[in-house]
Design a protein around this ligand. Structure first.
Ligand code: HEM
Ligand SMILES: *[C@@H]1O[C@H](CO)[C@@H](O)[C@H](O)[C@H]1NC(C)=O
Ligand SMILES: *[C@@H]1O[C@H](CO)[C@@H](O)[C@H](O)[C@H]1NC(C)=O
Ligand SMILES: *[C@@H]1O[C@H](CO)[C@@H](O)[C@H](O)[C@H]1NC(C)=O
Length: 318
C-alpha cells in the first residue's frame, strides 16, 4: 500500500520531470503538428529574397548571430525601441549595418498566414540563416526548433557581447567562450565572412596601418575607402566569391587578404593558423564544422516552454 503510493508518486514525479525536460529542449520536429508548413514557407521566402538580392543571404545569416549573442537566440534583435527599453538595432555593432528586417517581416507574415501565432521570430531567424547558407551554395543542417520570443531587448548587451572588427584573437576566443562556443567553433563560424559586405569604417585602419596585409590588396581597397569620409562605402568580406558560401574566406586569410583586423587574426602566426590552413584546403571539413557550430550557436539560452511568447509581429511584443 505504502510502496504503491510512493511508486505512483515517483512515477508522477518522473513524468513531470520528463515533460519539464522535454519542454526545455529544442527539437527538429517541433512544428510538425502545430505548423507543418512552417519550414517550406520560410524556405520559399528566403529563396525569393536571395534571388532578388544575393547579399540578403549574408544579411539574414548575420541577424541570427547577432540575435544569439545577445541574451540568447530569442528574437530580441528584431524588436524596435519602445518607451520602456532601447532595442539592439542602434547598438554599435548593428547601427547602420544590420539589414534584412523587412525580409523577416515578409517571412513572418507569410508564416502567420499558414499558422496563426505558432512559429516564433527566433526560430524564423534560425531557419532563415540555414536556408540562406544553402541558397548561396553552402552546407545544410537540421535546425533545432522551439525557441520562444523575448519580451525585451538589451542595447547594452548588444554593445558588450558582439565582438568588434578590431578585436584580437584572444578576446575573440573569450567572447565566444562566454557563449559556450569553443575556439574551433569560433574559427568555423567566422567562415560566415565568406559572404557579405563590410563598411569602410570596419576595415579602414587595417588597410592603411597594418602590416600583415597583402600590399596589392590594401591598395585596391583604399580607393573605395579614403582615410576619412565614405564610412559606409562597402567592400566584400571575400573579394574572390562574395556571393558563394565556399572556403575562400580561409584561402584569402593565408594570403594575408583578410578584410578586417578580426579576420586576419585567424591567420597571424598564432594558435588559429592550423585550423585556418585546414579549412583553406578542405572545404568539406569547414562545412561540417560550420554546420555543427551553427547548431551550437542556435542553442544559446533559448526561451522555451512557457517562457517568453510567440510574437505576432517580430518588431514588437504582443
Ligand atoms: C568572430 C567575430 C566576428 C566579428 C568581429 C564580426 C564582425 C563583423 C563586421 C564588423 C561586419 C561588417 C559590418 C559592417 O561594416 O556593416 C560583419 C559582417 C558580417 N558578419 Fe560578422 N563578425 C564576426 C562573426 C560572425 C559570425 C559568427 C557570423 C555568422 C555566423 C557572421 C556573419 C557576418 C555576415 C554574413 C556579414 C555580412 C553581412 C552583410 O553583408 O549584410 N559574423 N561582421
Ligand atoms: C516531421 O516533418 C518532417 C518534414 O515534413 C518529416 O521529414 C519528418 O519525418 C517528421 N517527423 C516526425 C517525427 O513526424
Ligand atoms: C545610429 O546611426 C544614426 C545615423 O548615422 C545616428 O544618427 C545615431 O546617433 C546612431 N545611434 C546610436 C545609438 O549611436
Ligand atoms: C594610422 O596610424 C596613425 C598613427 O597612429 C594615425 O594617426 C592614423 O589616424 C591611422 N590611420 C588610420 C586610417 O587609421
Amino acid at each position: 500500500m505504502a510502496s504503491n503510493t510512493s511508486f505512483s508518486f515517483s512515477a508522477a514525479f518522473l513524468i513531470f520531470f520528463i515533460v519539464g525536460l522535454a519542454s526545455a529542449q529544442l527539437s527538429t520536429t517541433f512544428y510538425n503538428a502545430s505548423c507543418p508548413k512552417a519550414l517550406e514557407t520560410i524556405h520559399a521566402a528566403v529563396s525569393a529574397a536571395v534571388s532578388k538580392e544575393r547579399r540578403m543571404g549574408a544579411s539574414l545569416l548575420r541577424l541570427h548571430f547577432h540575435d544569439c549573442f545577445v541574451n540568447g537566440c530569442d528574437g530580441s534583435i528584431l524588436l524596435d525601441d519602445t518607451s520602456s527599453f532601447t532595442g539592439e538595432k542602434t547598438a554599435g555593432p548593428n547601427n547602420n549595418s544590420l539589414r534584412g528586417f523587412d525580409v523577416v517581416d515578409t517571412i513572418k507574415s507569410q508564416v502567420e498566414s499558414v499558422c496563426k501565432q505558432a512559429v516564433s521570430c527566433a526560430d524564423i531567424l534560425a531557419v532563415a540563416a540555414r536556408d540562406a547558407v544553402v541558397a548561396l551554395g553552402g552546407p545544410s543542417w537540421s535546425v533545432q526548433l522551439g525557441r520562444r520570443d523575448a519580451t525585451t531587448a538589451s542595447f547594452s548587451a548588444a554593445n558588450n557581447d558582439i565582438p568588434s572588427p578590431t578585436t584580437d584573437l584572444s578576446p575573440l576566443i573569450s567572447a565566444f567562450s562566454k557563449k559556450g562556443l569553443s575556439t574551433t567553433d569560433m574559427i568555423a563560424l567566422s567562415g560566415a565572412h565568406t559572404i557579405g559586405q563590410a563598411r569602410c569604417t570596419s576595415f579602414r585602419t587595417r588597410v592603411y596601418n597594418e602590416t600583415n596585409i597583402a600590399s596589392s590588396f590594401a591598395t585596391s581597397l583604399q580607393s573605395n575607402c579614403p582615410t576619412s569620409g565614405s564610412d559606409d562605402s562597402l567592400s566584400p568580406l571575400d573579394a574572390v566569391s562574395p556571393y558563394v558560401f565556399d572556403n575562400y574566406y580561409y584561402k584569402n586569410l593565408i594570403r594575408n587578404k583578410g578584410l578586417m583586423h578580426s579576420d586576419q587574426q585567424l591567420y597571424n602566426g598564432g594558435s588559429a593558423d592550423s585550423q585556418t590552413t585546414t579549412y583553406s584546403s578542405d572545404a568539406a571539413k569547414f562545412y561540417s564544422d560550420f554546420a555543427a557550430a551553427m547548431v551550437k550557436m542556435g542553442g544559446i539560452s533559448p526561451l522555451t516552454g512557457s517562457n517568453g511568447e510567440i510574437r505576432t509581429n517580430c518588431r514588437k511584443t504582443n
